[in-house]
Unconditional design. Sequence first.
Length: 211
Amino acid sequence: MRSFRLVAAVIAWGVLALQLYLLISGKSAGAAIGAAIDDLSYFTIDATIFAALCFTFAGVQAPILRSGVALYIVTTVIIYDIVQRHAWPPAGPQLVVDLALRFIVPLLYLVDWVLFVPKTRLRPRHALLWLGFPFLYGVLSLIRGAITGWSPYPYLDAAHSGYGTVLMHMLFLFFVFLLGGIVFVAIGRVFGRIGDETVHHVGPRRPHSAY
């Protein structure tokens, strides 16, 4: 488990570093800082950072937290594939980064979640708890958009679509995350013993932190 997570951490952090390099390369200091801030405004990047942190702290089980990150990163892949994949065709090194962000890191994280994360403690109420970060992300995106006039995604662009339309988009996305969370809880309740048995096999039995 630890070896898998540490290798995955190197891959995830490496992809994030390459993405940042491609964004700031050739820019002035001020433009580079702005590009880095914009990079952190994308949900995909935030979810990948969470995944990289979970990989890095390999010995911390925190099943509810790790399951929430699994929800974020898988939902991001699904939304990207349905809504955004055809809107921006990457090429060259950016294509490599895009494939890693959208598919390789999420796949590694999903494998980790299925095999190594104890899931028997997951409950339906956790699906509501996991809405916390998407809600915070949406609010901060609206605030930043109102200040700067820039939005990371077209469906969050209130300046173009209006706040009523954007709020409808956000409500729909919250529903998607809630439904996804319920699915993850159900999967965890059915297959939870896989993660429990793997953890107990690779290390001494110890209480698992809820978060």
